[in-house]
Design a protein around this ligand. Structure first.
Ligand code: NAP
Length: 244
């Protein structure tokens, strides 16, 4: 039996580095992506060139039918394998001040973060729980979900909801040997933050710089590792001291 790691939004940014790190720990990795196939292929190639195992699965995490159909197909092709580590990383920003916010800006952000978490986690938990087989669920939340960020009521609500779900589910599935944790990054250098005024924002960070995706991936890898076996319901800040 092979124990896989599935990373949603594994094609770019933080998810990409999480895929590479988990592969370096020996996990066969499933790289999920929404549309950017070339980027996902690049991640898969790096892993395979290094002797690892990588597969790609394209689906929109907020589309329940697509999630279930794709995972049904994967399971049919892998009757003896299961996903032991699920990293709910896929996320989007649609920033706007509240009084101007369009319905789609609100719903797209919540659908991706919260519905995505729900559809993937519900679907994969059923293979982690039987006979206390065990599993690791790691949710990529955000500083915005803890502190709240102006111009991001949608994103802050989604990430705060994800943190609440992390804490509730952790208690629910702990007896089955499944841990559920979150990381809460601050400003990290990825496509998601490339339109932000980095020179101004980094002055707000005690470490005076944005974080690197690898610095988030390291914490996710720790939570997936045997060393983190008694940690559950936890949220790890990765923000250079911006908010504690
Ligand atoms: P990014 O560079 O914009 O990459 C986003 C990734 O998510 C891509 O792989 C994208 O796939 C995928 N994705 C987007 N919507 C999806 C959907 N509906 N279904 C499946 N995949 C989807 O973002 P990032 O900065 O790495 O952010 C990753 C996570 O960290 C997000 O949850 C984000 O909220 C969180 N975060 C980021 C920061 C930061 O400063 N960057 C801070 C705190 C938290 P495609 O390549 O196919 O488009």
């Amino acid at each position: 039996m092979n124990k896989f790691a599935l990373v949603t939004g594994g094609s770019r940014g933080i998810g990409r580095e999480i895929c590479l790190k988990l592969a370096s720990m020996g996990y066969p990795v499933i790289i999920n992506f929404a549309s950017n196939k070339a980027a996902a292929e690049e991640v898969a190639k790096i892993i395979m060139d290094d002797g690892g195992v990588a597969e790609m699965l394209q689906f929109d995490v907020s589309d329940q039918k697509a999630v279930d159909e794709t995972l049904d197909q994967w399971e049919a092709a892998h009757p003896d394998d299961y996903v032991e580590v699920l990293v709910n990383n896929a996320g989007i920003r649609r920033d706007n001040v509240m009084f101007m916010m369009a319905d789609e800006e609100w719903h797209q952000v919540l659908d991706t973060t919260l519905n995505g978490f729900f559809y993937l986690t519900r679907r994969l938990l059923k293979h982690m729980m039987p006979r206390k087989r065990g599993g690791r669920i790691i949710n990529v939340a955000s500083l915005s979900g803890l502190k709240g960020m102006p111009g991001q009521t949608n994103y802050s609500a989604a990430k705060a909801g994800l943190i609440g779900a992390t804490k509730a589910l952790a208690q629910e599935v702990a007896p089955r040997n499944v841990t559920v944790n979150a990381v809460a990054p601050g400003f990290i250098e990825t496509d998601m933050t490339k339109d932000l005024p980095q020179d101004e924002l980094k002055k707000l960070v005690p470490m005076q710089r944005f974080g690197k995706p690898q610095e988030v991936a390291a914490a996710v890898a720790f939570l997936a590792s045997p060393d983190a076996s008694y940690i559950t319901g936890e949220v790890i800040n990765i923000n250079g001291g911006l908010y504690t």
